[in-house]
Design a protein around this ligand. Structure first.
Ligand code: HEC
Length: 153
């Protein structure tokens, strides 16, 4: 019980963090974006919304919805690389040069994210709530650690 409670607190905290930190700046940056930069910003925005909805569904023990959303988060991860062609960091992009100068590190950050979202899917199929919560935590960590190195704020 205590463990479930503390997991829930973690997830509530994550929801708050996602709303305020990842969400800020996005709408502003969006305004003048065009082409591939706009496409990927929209993709990240959508993934943020999907992740929020997934957290809500996990609270509500709606494992089917959790699975549908974790699969779409995985699919976004599989497409992420192709949204960063060389030299596509023109304003208002927040993409850091390290995406191209450290391409293998960026690829690994994508892999970590994909693996974390796949852990959620496996946990949702097993209807294993603590594992879903753990997968949400590692997915959130993978967003943050990629942003720390590969996104300029
Ligand atoms: C492998 C790296 C990586 C991962 C993983 C990642 N992001 Fe990002 N994210 C980026 C980069 C790079 C940008 C900046 C793109 C740009 O501005 O061109 C970005 C931008 C964003 C934006 C701003 C979009 C806008 O409108 O400007 C949001 C919101 C976002 N990410 C949310 C998330 C969330 C939520 C997750 C995890 C579920 C996540 N990201 C995972 C690299 C990543």
């Amino acid at each position: 019980m205590l463990r479930i409670f503390s997991n829930m607190m973690t997830v509530i905290m994550l929801g708050v963090m996602l709303g305020f930190t990842l969400g800020s700046g996005g709408a502003y940056a969006h305004k003048d974006a065009t082409g591939i930069v706009k496409t990927r910003m929209d993709g990240f925005k959508q993934s943020q919304q999907n992740f929020k909805d997934l957290i809500r569904a996990a609270h509500g023990n709606d494992y089917d919805t959790v699975r549908t959303l974790s699969v779409s988060l995985t699919e976004w991860g599989q497409q992420m690389q192709q949204h960063f062609p060389a030299g596509s960091n023109q304003p208002p992009s927040e993409a850091a040069d390290t995406i191209w100068s450290d391409a293998s590190g960026f690829a690994k950050a994508i892999d970590d994210y994909i693996n974390a979202t796949q852990d959620i899917t496996a946990a949702a199929i097993a209807a294993d709530k603590p594992a879903i919560m753990a997968g949400i935590k590692s997915t959130s960590d993978s967003c943050t650690s990629c942003h720390n190195v590969y996104r300029v704020k």
